[in-house]
Ligand binder design. Structure first.
Ligand SMILES: CC(C)(COP(=O)(O)OP(=O)(O)OC[C@H]1O[C@@H](n2cnc3c(N)ncnc32)[C@H](O)[C@@H]1OP(=O)(O)O)[C@@H](O)C(=O)NCCC(=O)NCCS
Length: 137
C-alpha cells in the first residue's frame, strides 16, 4: 500500500500528538498541542502527515524563516519503520521549502540519537560544525 502525504488540519491534532508521543519526541517542557497549533497558524510553517490506507503513520513539521528551512517532529509510527515513510516525509518537506524559495534545509537532532543521525545521513544530510544556542521567551 502506498504512502500519501498531506498537510495537517486542526482535526489531526490529537492523532499527531499521539504519534509524537509514541515516537518519543515529546518533552515535559514543550506543549505538543501548542506546538501543533502554532505551526498550523503560522503562514510559513506546516505539518505534513504520512498516511497508509488513511491511517496516520508519520509526520514532519517544517518551517521557513526567510533564510533557511527547518524541520521538527519527524516521526514514523514504531510499527511502520523501515518502509520509506521517513524518506517520503523528508522529500515532501524539501519540496515544500523549495516551493517557498528556501535555499537550504537543516535540522537539530540530539547528539545521542544515533538512529536518526544514520537516517539523515543516508538522505545526504551532513554534520555542520555549529552549536545551537537558544533562549526561551
Ligand atoms: C528517524 C525515523 C523518522 C526514520 O523513519 P523511517 O520511516 O523508518 O525511515 P525510512 O524507512 O524512510 O528510511 C529511509 C532511509 O534511511 C535509512 N535508515 C533508517 N534508519 C537508519 C539508521 N538507523 N541508520 C542508517 N540508515 C537508516 C534506511 O535504510 C533508508 O535508506 P534506503 O532508502 O537507502 O533504504 C524513525 O526512525 C523515527 O520515527 N524515529 C523516532 C523519532 C526520531 O528520532 N525522529 C527524529 C528526530 S530529529
Amino acid at each position: 500500500m502506498g504512502v500519501s502525504i498531506r498537510a495537517a488540519t486542526v482535526a489531526d491534532r490529537e492523532a499527531t500528538v499521539a504519534l509524537w508521543e509514541a515516537a518519543g519526541l515529546t518533552r515535559p517542557w514543550n506543549d505538543p498541542r501548542g506546538d501543533f497549533d502554532l505551526a498550523l497558524a503560522t503562514p510559513t510553517s506546516t505539518i505534513l502527515l504520512a498516511e497508509i490506507a488513511a491511517a496516520l503513520e508519520g509526520s514532519v513539521m517544517v518551517g521557513f524563516d526567510g533564510h533557511r528551512g527547518w524541520v521538527y517532529y519527524l516521526a514514523t509510527a514504531p510499527g511502520c519503520r523501515g518502509q520509506g515513510i521517513g524518506h517520503a516525509l523528508m522529500t515532501a518537506a524539501e519540496n515544500w521549502l523549495k516551493a517557498l524559495g528556501s535555499p537550504k534545509i537543516q535540522l537539530m537532532v540530539r547528539g545521542d540519537n544515533a538512529s536518526a543521525r544514520g537516517f539523515y545521513n543516508s538522505l545526504g544530510y551532513e554534520l555542520q560544525d555549529v552549536v545551537t544556542m537558544g533562549k526561551r521567551f
